[in-house]
Design a protein around this ligand. Structure first.
Ligand SMILES: Cc1cc2nc3c(=O)[nH]c(=O)nc-3n(C[C@H](O)[C@H](O)[C@H](O)COP(=O)(O)OP(=O)(O)OC[C@H]3O[C@@H](n4cnc5c(N)ncnc54)[C@H](O)[C@@H]3O)c2cc1C
Length: 427
């Protein structure tokens, strides 16, 4: 049940993906009236897996959502119980086995199961569909904001949160530039597919794919696999990087008009991984169809995630490469911090800008650091790591690689921000 809405200001969220919905739930829990404006006709997610690390799980637990996520995904507990890196070519030698303490284990879930678990906790009366936001401006007559939508309608509100994903339109209201001014192609394409375990288990793979995350690493390409839905489905992503331009950060651009996401025949995936070993050949022989994603990220990084009473969360602020499985987790951290600050007893309509500045102060350095690590991690997976493509090199480069992402005290961040606001006489 949604707690009483005690705050006198209201918040409008643009975008009802995982971050928009989580943020709305978190704000409602803090007594903040909140509406979601979603461009699609309903809340929806694609049929693909999503890995959530311990930091994301802590947020879900704090919001009281975690058990429902497990129930929806038919897993009884964590299913990312190991992180193994295996040579993609040759005999699939182990390059690095990341030992996971119980508190380091994560979950792999079907994206739509996760989204539906969130929807269960949201008051649908506050969801507005077919509302594509085209702009947000400060009202000339007062301190409120006006949101504009593609259907010609407008909405007045006290604070706007842009959760509208990597191609965010709200980002322009922060940067003053076109949305794609801070977008870059990473030079990597990803083939996503779901494979029923029933079809794989008879193939006699050398590697057990049911234990957790497995990365088959190769030069300029790699494959990530993990079980979801109680191990019935193997979520599979094959990554191929074009290193012609030698752009480790990936500030390339796709040819104009080319689609970011499209269907791709299984043959294309198989062709790209022809030199990989027997496990990948057997696994990919079960693939019927894939989708091909051109992986983009927010680059150059934003100088701020906020402007006035507008804030960005999730991919609109810091879309990153996928290699740490951390993008959504960073977005969930944004939601938790923002809701705790806006829900503080001293937060009111007069101090919203200062609160958003604190949100930016806390979240931007951390999310950007994770963003940078995703770049380096991809380099390691694909044979360009600093210590080389050997078991020794992988062990050196990957030991402790996830600790910064997984073990961070968000509550300490929030307390420090509240102290600063109190010391400045704002709270
Ligand atoms: C191949 C791949 C694998 C990944 N794997 C992982 C992983 O394992 N773990 C992980 O943590 N992260 C992963 N990520 C990243 C993760 O998917 C994103 O970080 C996360 O989905 C971002 O959520 P979001 O809510 O910010 O944006 P989105 O999920 O993109 O949601 C944005 C929402 O806003 C709506 N919208 C868009 N524009 C407008 C508008 N103008 N007006 C109104 N509504 C609008 C959209 O319809 C959508 O509902 C992966 C990404 C990719 C590409």
């Amino acid at each position: 049940m949604t707690p009483p809405q005690t705050k006198e200001f209201c918040v409008s969220i643009v975008g009802g993906g995982v971050c928009g919905l989580t943020c709305a739930i978190a704000l409602a829990r803090e007594g903040v009236p909140v509406d979601i404006f979603e461009s699609a006709s309903k809340f929806s997610e694609i049929g693909a897996g999503l890995g959530l690390g311990p930091n994301a799980i802590r947020v879900l637990r704090a919001l009281g959502i975690y058990d429902n996520v497990l129930a929806r995904s038919t897993d009884k507990g964590t299913n990312m119980n190991s992180y193994r890196f295996i040579s993609g070519t040759g005999g699939h030698e182990v390059l690095y086995d990341n030992p996971l303490a119980p508190e380091d284990r994560g979950i792999g879930v079907m994206r739509y199961d996760f989204l539906n678990a969130l929807v269960d906790h949201f008051d649908m009366g506050r969801a507005h569909f077919n509302k594509r936001c085209t702009g947000v401006v400060q009202s000339s007559t007062g301190s409120r904001l006006t949101m504009y939508f593609s259907d010609g309608s407008t909405h007045e509100t006290d604070l706007v949160i842009g959760a509208d994903g990597i191609r965010s339109s709200v980002r322009s209201a922060i940067t003053g530039q076109a949305s794609d001014a801070n977008l870059a192609f990473s030079n990597t394409i990803a083939y996503r597919t779901l494979i029923p375990w029933d079809e794989v288990k008879h193939k006699g793979l050398k590697t057990d794919l049911t234990l957790g995350m497995t990365c088959f690493a190769g030069k300029g390409k790699h494959v990530i696999v993990y079980p979801i839905q109680g191990g019935q489905i193997i979520n599979t992503i094959g990554f191929v990087t074009n290193m012609v331009d030698e752009l480790p950060v990936g500030n390339g651009h796709m040819p104009p008009g080319e689609k970011w996401v499209c269907d791709a025949p299984a043959e294309e995936l198989r062709g790209n991984f022809r030199e990989f070993g027997s496990d990948i050949q057997k696994l990919f022989s079960c693939v019927r169809n894939t989708s091909r994603w051109s992986i983009h990220h927010v680059y150059p990084p934003l100088r701020s995630y906020v402007r006035g009473k507008i804030a960005l969360i999730g991919d609109s602020a810091h879309a990153m490469r996928t290699h740490l499985g951390a993008g959504a987790g960073q977005g969930l951290e944004d939601c938790y911090v923002l809701a705790k600050l806006l829900g503080h007893p001293s937060a009111d309509v007069n101090n919203l800008e200062e609160i958003l500045q604190e949100y930016d102060e806390i979240r931007r350095p951390r999310a950007q650091r994770v963003w940078e690590r995703t770049v380096m991690t991809g380099e390691i997976y694909e044979g360009r790591g600093p210590s080389g493509f050997t078991p020794e090199g992988f062990t050196k480069d990957l030991t402790g690689n996830w600790l910064y992402v997984w073990h961070h005290d968000l509550d300490a961040d929030i307390q420090a921000a509240i102290h600063r606001l109190q010391n400045d006489g704002i709270f």
